[in-house]
Design a protein around this ligand. Structure first.
Ligand code: DGL
Length: 246
């Protein structure tokens, strides 16, 4: 069983890529909407929240955990790997290396939560692949609006935030909620190349499962959805998002 964690429905963008790779596992997707946003919380708070979810998923029988949240990955994964050495943790990170590999000459906008942008893990990545044409843009409050699903509010937010970036070539979607609003972003800044970490996570998961000899012999995958608020509408939204993007 594979656990997938995010602070809401955004991590569906990661689960989609994993399912596309044909991993026939039983997935438990844990959407922690009660604690959304993680991006504004202190490292200590985020770690203690995520640790509780990890414990819950381990008790449910998960042996592999995908952290489908850039903020939680940036803050927690190093420590989790030390505390749970037998568990395979796969952690997303903003796809800034992909920009370096595929379009390093382009003017680049990195959109992410404040927590991710300020983290040691992201800064190491940024310093390693910095193309000197990069703007780091913390998007406080955006993940919450996407979680809420109000298109008008999302568009208003994006107009205010992105209007001055119409000459951008690359956009790094450094929060797993942001791939859900790619079209809204495009409507404001025009055609750009998008980069997000979900593809990298899906391949890394395959690599690590193979390395450890972990296989799943089910005929197809299944997904159990749990939301910390218990709000039933979250489940419907998640199912719709998963079906629409597969
Ligand atoms: N999906 C989370 C991320 O990737 C959302 C951030 C938040 O909860 O603030 O960072």
């Amino acid at each position: 069983m594979i656990g997938v964690i995010d602070s809401g429905v955004g991590g569906v963008s990661v689960l989609r890529e994993i399912i596309k790779r044909g991993i026939n596992a039983k997935f438990i997707y844990y959407s922690d909407s009660v604690n959304n946003p993680y991006g504004d919380k202190s490292d200590i708070e985020v770690y203690s929240i995520v640790k509780k979810i990890v414990e819950y998923l381990l008790n449910m029988g998960c042996i592999t955990i995908v952290i489908a949240c850039n903020t939680a990955s940036a803050i927690c994964v190093k420590r989790l790997r030390i505390e749970y050495p037998d568990i395979l943790f796969i952690a997303i990170e903003p796809a800034y290396k992909m920009v370096y590999d595929y379009n390093r000459e382009g003017k680049t906008l990195v959109m992410a939560t404040e927590g991710t942008i300020k983290s040691e893990k992201f800064l190491a990545l940024y310093n390693k692949y910095n193309n000197h044409k990069t703007i780091l843009l913390p998007c406080k409050g955006l993940a919450e609006l996407i979680e809420e699903g109000n298109e008008d509010k999302i568009n208003q937010y994006l107009v205010n935030k992105l209007n001055k970036y119409k000459d951008i070539d690359n956009v790094v979607l450094g929060c797993t909620h942001y791939p859900l609003i790619k079209n809204n972003i495009k409507n404001i800044i025009g055609e750009v190349k998008f980069f997000d970490g979900s593809l990298g996570v899906s391949w890394e998961l395959i690599r690590q499962l193979k390395k450890r000899g972990i296989t799943f012999d089910n005929k197809s995958y299944s997904v159990e959805f749990i939301d910390s608020s218990g709000d039933i509408s979250k489940k419907m939204r998640f199912r719709n998002l998963l079906n629409n993007i597969l």
